[in-house]
Design a protein around this ligand. Structure first.
Ligand SMILES: Nc1ncnc2c1ncn2[C@@H]1O[C@H](COP(=O)(O)OP(=O)(O)OP(=O)(O)O)[C@@H](O)[C@H]1O
Length: 219
């Protein structure tokens, strides 16, 4: 589904790339964890996959089209959903309006369908008492579940998450990863998660470590 072809990136100095000539393939219906020490370039890699920046060298292909051909704005709107550690919800809106707004912006199949959006939130434990409350009055774990619900309500086949459990306790971490597994296996999406936590990575279908400018498959 998504492929990197000789992908390289550096910020200032081309002789010191963060990663070099990376060739990876990510399939629909599977989840992938990317581990690695701080500063190795995991977030940078994810931002390229998410279409937030252009590669310095090489390319990223969705199916047989490069992100450059698709256009990054187009790609971000329709093909990829992003979950950050800091939830990144629309502030001052309720969980329900967060989903409905994202569905409208991305032109999702179920755009405007309140019952559909409410059910996804309910399935993630955001019940009727919380669904219309300002998201800023929700706990960290609840906000992260809303962010995940939003990716489920939209049609993007690729879901990327940067340290999605970084702020969560053990129970919420477990629930969030279980939900990502559901997104991969039941919705047949491709889920790519950057994490520091080996326990989190171990719950994904595949694990890679970014080290010495290359990705090594661990499992
Ligand atoms: N906009 C930028 N300009 C210059 N250097 C940057 C920029 N963003 C990140 N870097 C540097 O690039 C390197 C990789 O950063 P990145 O955030 O991708 O690493 P990471 O593996 O995700 O780290 P962490 O696990 O700590 O989040 C770091 O040394 C960082 O300081």
């Amino acid at each position: 589904m998504l492929k990197t072809k000789d992908l390289s990136y550096w910020y200032q100095d081309a002789s010191q790339p963060l990663f070099k000539e990376v060739n990876l393939e990510f399939e629909a219906g599977q989840s992938y964890a990317i581990l690695g020490h701080s500063g190795t370039g995991k977030t940078t890699f994810l931002s390229l996959i998410a279409g937030l920046d252009h590669p310095k060298d090489g390319e990223i292909l969705l199916g047989d089209r490069s992100l450059k051909q698709i256009g990054l704005t187009n790609y971000r709107r329709h093909d990829v959903a992003i979950v950050f550690q800091a939830y990144n919800l629309f502030a001052y809106m309720s969980p329900l309006d967060n989903l409905l707004t994202a569905m409208a912006i991305t032109g999702a199949e179920h755009a405007g369908d309140k019952a559909y959006a409410s059910q996804i939130l309910r399935d993630l434990g955001i019940g009727d008492d919380l669904i219309t409350r300002n998201v800023q009055h929700l706990s960290g774990g609840q906000q992260q579940r809303v962010a995940i619900a939003r990716t489920m309500a939209c049609d993007a086949k690729l879901v990327v998450a940067d340290e999605p459990t970084g702020n969560l306790d053990e129970d919420n971490t477990h629930a969030v990863i279980a939900q990502f597994q559901k997104i991969a296996h039941e919705q047949q999406k491709c889920v790519i998660i950057v994490t520091h936590e080996p326990d989190v990575a171990a719950q994904c279908d595949h694990q890679y470590r970014l080290e010495n400018k290359q990705f090594t498959q661990l499992a």
